[in-house]
Each structure stands twice: as C-alpha cells, then as structure tokens.
Design a protein around this ligand. Sequence first.
Ligand code: CA
Length: 229
Amino acid sequence: MQPYILIVEDEPDIVELLKYNLEAADYEVGIARDGDEAEISVAERQPDAVLLDWMLPGVSGIELCRRIRRRPETRMLPIIMLTARGDETDRLRGLDSGADDYVTKPFSPAEVIARLRAVLRRALPSTAVETLEYEDITLDLAGHRVERAGRNIHLGPTEFRLLRHLMEHPGRVYSREQLLDAVWGRDIYVEARTVDVHIRRLRKALNEGDAADLIRTVRSAGYALDKAG
Ligand code: CA
C-alpha cells in the first residue's frame, strides 16, 4: 500500500514541487492550504505522515502541530515541519511543539523524501500492527474491539487507550506520569490519580466473571500488564 502523505502548505509552487516528487516516489498525496483545511482533512482520512509548513495563513504550523498532538488518535502521527527560518530557537520550538523532524527551505525534494522515509520507518511498528494479543486478551486496533477469552469487553475510549499502551509493552512498569503522557497527551493537565480511576475501570471490565487480574499494581511505581500470580 502506498503511504498517504498530507502536504499542508499555502505556497502553490512548493505544493507542486512536493506533490510531483512524492507521487514520482510512489506516495499518495493530499493537500491542505491552511490549518483549518488540514484539520478537516486529517479527521476525514488519517495520513501516514504530514509535511507541515511553519508559516501558514491563519492557524500557524506550530499551533496545528500542537493540535494534532493533542488528539489521542493522531498523537503518534509523524510530522515534518517545513521552515524558512534558520534560527535555532525557532527550530527548537518546532521540535518542542511535537514535530518529528524539520526541513529548512529551500530544500531539495530528495531531502524531504529521505526524511519522510525515516519518520515512516520509525512509525511503522505501531501502525503496521492491527491486533495486539496478551494472554487471553485480544485488542483489535482497527475495529476498536477488545475480547477476553472470546468474551466481548466494553471499554471507554480512555480505558481502550490505556490497555493498548500496556499491551504494546507487556511486563513493563509505567508510572502514572508516563501513562498520562502516553494516553492523555503531554499538553493536557490531568491529575495523576485520574490514572488510578481509569485503571480501576479497566480492571473491572477485564476481570468480569472471575477472570485473573492481569494488571499489576507496583506500589509507588505504577502499573504493568503482567501474568497473574
Ligand atoms: Ca507558507
């Protein structure tokens, strides 16, 4: 399948240059000319990566980057900023806002494609997997369904994301803060004990009918998905 790349850029010449070269490199390309258009486009069809211009009319590239990062479903979406500025603090601000990489204008299309390949490669493990399995739990990422020993488990969106995160690294202990970052996002302020509330709900849903508890509470450290025992 061809990776689908969304170009968010208001300068027609740059859009044309990128579109032509990306298509020649066998990528599928979508175009948004400002932040609002980009947000709608991402919500309609999630791209595999975004090339995001820094200087956009209306919502800035940095603000758009933050918004994309804030939404759990696009939290991991690879973003490369296109910036005309060479200033180091601006670059750092770009990366700080959650961009994975940046390319300074004027750039060569080959450079952009090389960066794109690198971020797509890094993103692959989480996007290539369709279902996660641990013990008797199966989590279907595309269908947003969870089963335990063949029984359907109904989870709220936060519990689903929590379980997904724990299932991606079974056995690993996560602190409440790490879970907040991973599941709620870095920009949202939530109290650490909120994690406990959602873990409790997740446990209750998973353990219905006397099933073994697979979530281990590590005193003063956090939580892990672990074999009961
Ligand atoms: Ca621009």
